[in-house]
Write a protein that binds this ligand. Structure first.
Ligand code: 2HA
Ligand code: ZN
Length: 271
């Protein structure tokens, strides 16, 4: 059996948590990540028949029975992940009943997965229907994206349009746009269901005055989506109070999308 601490998926979680912390996005216990793993790969590092303990999930995730995820722990700080992987991360499998998680590794101090697990698992279920290669759901609190939700209308089309206008790469990176939820209580099934509903259309979902969710086939893709929104939101906040002399026109956004052959949200442009 190989050393779990050397597993590529553990190393990836370690490096992305440290990176996100240093971006200033994950203060205290802010943020959480779930990453679906390949059972045969996990079996190189763990006895997958050995369940340490079971933890109730709080809803029925029967579409994910048998799926294995590495998930950040509740109350844990991204800042600390690199120093104690086995306490701050856990590897869980969705049990046969669909409502229990079987702990295979981690949460060494008796802890459990993020309080946002419902939003994560419900989002995995939806994204897998659209893209069977989706593996990662990532939640974080990027500063400028949050700032923007204080001063911008919380409408999918208007928010996406403003972000697309900020820099040319945005429509290329997320031609499917950004979903926006109003302020809601977090950590429960209701916000999970609302997030998953947006995930039917979008790989990016902003939680107003809280943070953002990104979905991707790997850590880089989920991170890259969020990082690109955050860059554009930063530009928006830098220029919001200045006279705007130049902008990317909708005809130009269309031209970019078409030149890259993208299936973009045509209804989000005003043409
Ligand atoms: O895990 O970010 O939304 C802490 C949070 C809750
Ligand atoms: Zn949060």
């Amino acid at each position: 059996m190989k050393d779990i601490l050397s597993a590529p998926f553990v190393k990836e979680m370690q490096s992305v948590c440290s990176n996100m912390y240093r971006q200033g996005w994950d203060e205290r216990n802010g943020g959480n990540i779930s990453y679906m793993l390949d059972e045969t790969e996990v079996a190189e590092y763990l006895d997958i028949n050995k369940v340490i303990r079971t933890i109730p999930i709080g809803f029925n995730a029967s579409e994910l029975i048998g799926k294995i995820f590495i998930v950040t722990g509740t109350g844990k700080y991204f800042k600390n992940v690199e120093y104690d992987l086995e306490t701050n991360l856990g590897i869980i499998r969705i049990a046969e009943d669909g409502t229990t998680a079987e702990l295979l590794w981690g949460y060494r101090d008796g802890g459990r997965f993020t309080s946002e697990l419902p939003a994560h698992l419900m989002s995995h279920i939806v994204r897998l229907k659209h893209d069977p290669n989706n593996r990662v759901i990532m939640h974080t609190h990027p500063t400028y994206t949050l700032a923007m939700t204080h001063i911008h209308e919380l409408d999918d089309k208007k928010f996406t349009h403003t972000i697309w206008e900020m820099c040319t790469e945005c429509i290329v990176v997320f031609p499917d746009g950004i979903g926006v939820l109003p302020w809601m209580v977090c950590g429960n099934n209701e916000i999970g269901e609302a997030t998953a509903k947006k995930m039917e259309e979008f790989r990016l979902v902003v939680w107003a005055l809280h943070g953002i969710y990104g979905a991707g086939k790997n850590i880089d893709e989920a991170f890259g989506l969020i990082e690109t929104v955050e860059k554009a939101a930063k530009l928006y906040m830098l220029i919001a109070q200045m006279p705007h002399i130049n902008t990317i026109l909708d005809t130009e956004l269309k031209a970019v999308a078409e030149s890259f052959g993208l299936n973009y949200r045509k209804d989000f442009l005003n043409l």
